[in-house]
Design a protein around this ligand. Structure first.
Ligand code: 9MR
Length: 397
């Protein structure tokens, strides 16, 4: 499984050699030497700040970059631009990102309201800076997202637009995709267009204006603006809500019948530690694979508490038990991905944030602990047992 895409190879290997001597110990190959103990990462908090050698981690194991274990992009969602905690302001974040990831997604700054703040104004500066950093450091960019109903993401000028909506949205898509052509490898073209229930299409402002046509229009306009970029439909609950998945699959079937361009489905996967079942996850992946599309896990995070399960153990800290369960859950998700999705259809795996304190799920009452790394806020960031869950799954023969 140790395959690195040609365009990332030289820079990434060089960076790994430099960085792994200062962050955590590096091994020469494969994942068989990944630390196996769930406590392995928590006890190594001093090693990253003080170590300048490539000596072993606390358990005697050693690791290579996650991305080196995969034949598909291993992505990370980042804060950038003027957002607080931008990775571009924090070298420690850059260090961990370049060591383990081969793809960036902007957690926010490539959404509609950021890129298109007024009808005739596009604001590309922050995204360009982020993308240039990625491309300079050997990371590709998955772009998120051209059309999303969310109230605070639809720009105000658009919400109150009184002109021709079809023309306006086509211009929005083609202008933005055109600008980033050749700089990003894939787009979430439309995000969250369906309800979980039999209702089907979400009654978004776009749906109210144009009916379901806005979705296919966006895919066609994106393809016209960039012949090479991969085009994804992205949504949540696709691994847990069969009704919703079926809406998406019906759309895919219809697109394929009518030659509307679409390359893959983005499974957000903001999932729970105990829900949904791995069988449900596998069968959702398989349904998309069977249609010949790519499967991309676009926003994976797994908090240790499931607020929807009244019978679940409630963890008030990242105990060894919770960390071990989380590690096993991450392992199972990645294992399912590798088992169900043939190599040619793997669009990649993106984790929705670098370290626990950065997560959208973290609140004062419940930090969630959903990600692969732990803080302090300014780093250095230490891999959690969850990290080794991903690592082990990617390393498995
Ligand atoms: O993580 C993102 C958070 O910082 C933003 O405040 C929020 C609203 O823009 O969006 C979050 O990311 C969402 C993503 O764009 C779409 N899928 C759900 C994600 C979590 O809410």
């Amino acid at each position: 499984m140790l395959t690195i895409s040609a365009h990332t190879l030289p820079t990434k290997l060089a960076l790994t050699l430099i960085i792994c001597t200062t962050l955590i110990a590096c091994g020469g190959s494969g994942g068989s030497n990944a630390p196996q103990s769930s406590s392995s990462s928590s006890s190594s908090s001093s090693s990253s700040s003080s170590s300048s050698s490539s000596s072993s981690s606390s358990t005697g194991g050693s690791v290579v970059g996650l991305y080196e274990l995969a034949d598909f992009p291993i992505g990370i969602a980042v804060s950038a631009g003027n957002e607080s905690r931008s990775f571009l302001d924090l070298e420690e974040k850059q260090t961990t990102i370049t060591q383990h990831f081969s793809q960036l997604t902007a957690g926010n700054i490539m959404k509609m309201s950021y890129l298109h703040p007024a009808e005739n104004t596009y604001a590309y500066g922050e995204a360009d800076t982020m993308i240039n950093w990625g491309n300079t450091n050997g990371l590709s960019v998955h772009a998120h997202t051209l059309i999303w109903h969310s109230d605070y993401q639809v720009p105000n000028w658009m919400s109150s637009y009184t002109g021709n909506w079809e023309t306006m949205l086509n211009t929005h898509v083609s202008e933005i995709v055109g600008h980033f052509a050749g700089k990003v490898v894939s787009w979430d073209v439309v995000n969250e267009a369906f309800e979980n229930t039999v209702i089907g299409y979400r009654n978004s402002i776009f749906y109210q204006k144009l009916g379901a046509d806005y979705i296919e229009n966006a895919f066609s306009a994106a393809r016209a603006a960039d012949a090479d970029v991969e085009l994804y439909y992205n949504d949540f609950n696709l691994v847990s809500e069969t009704t919703k998945l079926n809406h998406v699959l019906a759309m895919v079937d219809d697109f394929q019948d009518r030659a509307i361009p679409i390359d893959g489905i983005g499974f957000q996967m903001h999932i729970q530690i105990d829900y949904p079942s791995i069988e449900s996850i596998r069968s959702a992946f398989k349904a998309v694979v069977d249609r010949g599309l790519k499967v991309k896990i676009t926003e994976l995070d797994i908090p240790i508490n499931n607020p929807y399960n009244a019978n679940a153990t409630v963890y008030t800290s990242l105990t060894e038990e919770a960390a071990t369960r989380q590690r096993q859950r991450y392992f199972a998700v990645v294992e399912a991905y590798l088992a169900e999705v043939p190599a040619a259809q793997r669009g990649g795996l993106t984790i929705w944030g670098l370290w626990d304190g950065d997560s959208w799920l973290a609140t004062d009452n419940d930090p969630g602990w959903p990600l692969l790394f732990t803080g302090p806020a300014n780093g250095p960031y230490e891999p959690k047992p969850a990290f080794y869950g991903v690592y082990d799954a990617l390393s498995a023969p």
